[in-house]
Design a protein around this ligand. Sequence first.
Ligand SMILES: Cc1cc2nc3c(=O)[nH]c(=O)nc-3n(C[C@H](O)[C@H](O)[C@H](O)COP(=O)(O)OP(=O)(O)OC[C@H]3O[C@@H](n4cnc5c(N)ncnc54)[C@H](O)[C@@H]3O)c2cc1C
Length: 402
Amino acid sequence: MNSKQKTKTGIIGGGPAGVFAAIFASENPDNEILIIDKQDILKTLLPTGGGRCNLAFGEFDFKELVKYYPRGEKFLLSVFSRFSTADTIAFFEKIGVKTYIQEDFRIFPVSNSSSDVRNKLLEKIKKRNIKTIKEEVTDTEIKNGKFLIKTKNRTILVDNLVIATGGRGIGQKLAKKLGHNIIPQKPALCALKTEEQDFFDLSGLTLKNISAGVFFANKKITTQTGDLLFTHSGISGPLSYKISSYCTYLDFKKEKPLRIKINITNRENFEELLIESIKKNPKKDIINIIDTYIPHGLAEKILLKNQINPKTKSGQLKKEERKNIVKSLTEFCLNITGTKNGEEIVTAGGVDLKEIEQKTLESKIVKNLYFCGEVLDIDGLTGGFNLQNCWSTGYICGMTLK
Ligand SMILES: Cc1cc2nc3c(=O)[nH]c(=O)nc-3n(C[C@H](O)[C@H](O)[C@H](O)COP(=O)(O)OP(=O)(O)OC[C@H]3O[C@@H](n4cnc5c(N)ncnc54)[C@H](O)[C@@H]3O)c2cc1C
């Protein structure tokens, strides 16, 4: 009989990051691994990618991959040098999840099912004898160099503690109590509210592959591209998510506005095209010319905003009116008044990366304490980057504990 005492590791949070840490730490049979989660393990994986689980992004050069993280870019260089896109694909293939790369480089399971990915990971947990407890952790304490994990019903003593509670769990509070600095948390990848209300009734309308210049206090800070979805309070969709990610920490107000400027025609030479169309169709209603470039409802709103009757024959349009239409369409402006809280996909902020060892994911403050996943001050754009962060930091954490 093996009388060697096992090393006990408690992982708070059974999301993608905690599960990866558990799987790799359990490669050493002398490790006893316990995941404590208040809900079913990997429940948070189910809604990802709209139920399809966009589990990574097809960028195989880790130095390029880090550029998709508004927070965590430098930290992830070392992490991704050890576990990145190709490793993710290989790992999932090994556990029976074949993947494919979509045209836009997002990576999905061939089954297009996040529950398939979850089930395969759950099988692995079972095979490795990783224990799970479904209880809410309320507190942790350090006692004689070990950790006490407290739930309502019990106190568990472990040698190593991994906090993997994501962006909205108890992790940041526990980390703070254990001496860590927390970068204030803000919603990222979320819908944006706009000052302009005249587009609210276009809710549901999408403009494909639109580029937007983003201006803060009248200075251009970034250009982002993606689909733009009008909502009943502003905008949403991939373009809005990207903008929100870059702007979540900006303190914008009336005197320092956050403004986006879009060429909604998506054509560089729109004025020339319009002049040509008018020349060819002088008897056509102007609305029926404009709506060949942008959706009818939006075209109507923009004409009315410029006090132009949509039924005006295009040949009768005054030069000044034509100029106004061109400006409204190519420099379509929206003033952002805030983010739509509660509906964010990820949270920016979290455990300060300065206090975490990149090579091990161990705390620089408390020995044998580890963090992985979204609990850290890391967040990526949409495209599979946030799950990649979980797989990679979870892997490093698990391998350190192995
Ligand atoms: C709708 C939606 C779609 C998404 N789609 C994608 C996508 O397609 N691709 C992508 O890359 N990213 C996607 N994301 C982001 C991605 O899901 C997260 O970044 C990722 O789940 C974070 O993983 P994590 O393990 O760090 O934390 P989480 O997945 O949040 O897991 C943390 C776990 O900790 C547990 N926990 C928290 N507090 C306690 C406590 N007190 N006691 C016990 N347990 C606790 C929670 O129950 C949870 O199970 C999406 C997010 C959302 C909301």
